[in-house]
Design a protein around this ligand. Structure first.
Ligand code: PHE
Length: 342
């Protein structure tokens, strides 16, 4: 009997020190396992005097039940605590909150757009807004591309069921801006354009252009050349030389493709300029008389030039990105590298 009390006392002592499920399991094995202290007590029954056997047996059973009960209670307690702490931890991860990945930055396209707009504004230009959904007239007819003109095929158009379209070039805004000022103007109009193109590293169906027009009396090609040189030197922050090649666009006459000295190799030849020393940057030309007429402006009184910067290409040149598709990808890892803080 003394031994029984000893076991009970030592259990009561041991159980106080148990603080987790693992320790509890060790305790269970120590008392109730095959060679456990209580299991061993059972084997002692046979050594007990007959008259004491019953009381001894009852006592062991009650100790065993007591120990099992205690262990079970503790097991439940630990389990409950575990669930509670998991819930408490989960509270800190609120999945309804927006995920924060640190300080955001402007898209490289946006930061370059701001930079270029500032340059133009410093040269007296206004920045005009354009539409993304345009009329067929503004996108084509107004800029001297009549129906059935083969030049319409140069631009694979997304037509809408109501006969309107997603603008294929920023030139779609020319007519509206010419009408707005109805005379001298200096304006740039950046905008998103759409063409039904097969995608590859240099073609996107959704891309950005930055177009500009300068209209006044007696504007000449010389003004165009001077202006483009100045403007590009500011954009690239170094002296830029340009050359003009003939280029056909129905809304300019004469029309040019304008190349700039390669900003990577300074004109010596490299992989970016395909060893020519020149970067094809900007179609441009003198505004066609029909474009003036379509906007109610007398082409004998006014003249002007227009240019269209392939804006995404410029972003690629500035960032060194070699795939235009990154720009619309929303790939934060790529885009953040060039970010300017908002
Ligand atoms: N709108 C022309 C294009 O998208 C570019 C351009 C603009 C050409 C202005 C000449 C003058 O291809």
């Amino acid at each position: 009997m003394n031994e029984l009390e000893q076991v009970e006392l030592s259990f009561n002592d041991d159980v106080k020190r148990v603080s987790n499920t693992k320790e509890l399991e060790n305790l269970r094995v120590l008392y109730l396992g095959k060679k456990g202290k209580i299991t061993e007590l059972f084997s002692k029954i046979k050594e007990i005097a007959v008259e004491e056997k019953k009381a001894f047996g009852q006592k062991i059973n009650s100790i065993k039940t007591y120990v099992e009960q205690k262990i079970n209670d503790l097991k439940n307690k630990f389990e409950e605590e575990k669930v509670k702490s998991e819930i408490a931890n989960e509270k800190e991860i609120d999945i309804t909150l927006p995920v924060s990945t640190g300080t955001g930055s402007l898209h490289p396209r946006t930061s370059l757009q701001k930079e270029i707009e500032d340059i133009f504004i410093s040269m007296g230009f206004t920045v005009e807004d354009g539409y993304e959904v345009e009329t067929e007239f503004n996108n084509f007819d107004a800029v001297n591309v009549p129906k059935n003109h083969p030049a319409r095929d140069m631009q694979d158009t997304f037509w809408l069921t109501n006969g309107e379209l997603l603008k294929t070039h920023t030139s779609a805004s020319q007519n509206r801006i010419l009408r707005k000022y109805n005379g001298p103007l200096k304006a740039i109009f950046p905008g998103r354009c759409f063409r039904n193109e097969a995608l590859d590293h240099s073609h996107e169906n959704t891309f950005f252009q930055m177009e500009g027009m300068l209209v006044d009396k007696d504007v000449s090609v010389a003004n165009l050349i001077y202006f483009m040189k100045k403007m590009l030197s500011k954009v690239f922050k170094t002296d830029i030389n340009i050359r003009l090649r003939p280029g056909f666009f129905p809304f300019v006459e004469p029309g040019f493709e304008m190349d700039a000295t390669c900003t990577f190799c300074g004109g010596r030849g490299c992989s970016t300029c395909k060893n020519t020393g020149w970067l094809e940057l900007c179609p441009c030309g003198m505004i066609h008389p029909n474009v003036f007429k379509n906007a109610g402006i007398n082409p004998d009184e006014y003249s002007g030039f227009a240019f269209g910067l392939g804006f995404d290409r410029l972003v690629m040149l500035k960032t060194g990105l070699d795939d235009i598709r990154y720009l619309n990808s929303g790939n934060i890892k790529v885009l953040n590298q060039f970010g300017v803080e908002a």
